[in-house]
Write a protein that binds this ligand. Structure first.
Ligand code: 5GP
Length: 113
């Protein structure tokens, strides 16, 4: 059987991390290695390894992840100043945890790319 992802371990309380948002399908934590003042991860409870593994039945889930990101941006008061939402995918994309997650990054001026 596939090893548990670090995010499954956090959800199961096998690894300590404060859960800042949770509903039936999604949870959110602060990134342990933030790249900006605000760096949150929005994670589906269901393990999906990469964006490449999304199926049609996941469309609503991914939409909900973006809705949660929007709400958290407001809660953390960066909705007006601005923020970035990123899904890293596979090696070239910089993905290190193979359980999809949406990065919400902001709280300071981010470098353009
Ligand atoms: P990726 O590189 O896959 O897009 O993003 C994985 C993110 O998970 C990284 O930004 C990394 O800092 C974060 N991360 C990895 N392990 C842990 C952990 O144990 N706790 C928390 N809060 N974040 C983690």
């Amino acid at each position: 059987m596939e090893e548990k992802s670090v995010f499954e371990m956090i959800l199961n309380k096998e690894i300590e991390s404060e859960i800042i948002y949770e509903d039936d399908d999604i949870f959110s934590i602060q990134d342990i290695n933030p790249v900006a003042r605000i760096h949150l991860l929005i994670i589906p409870k269901k393990r999906i390894n990469t964006i490449n593994n999304l199926s049609d039945e996941d469309t609503l889930l991914v939409g909900k992840m973006i809705q949660v990101a929007k709400d958290l941006a407001k809660k953390y008061e960066i909705d007006q100043s601005g923020y970035r939402l990123i899904f890293n995918t596979n090696d070239d994309g910089g993905q290190t945890v193979y359980h999809i997650h949406l990065h919400l990054i902001g709280g300071e001026k981010l470098k353009a790319f």
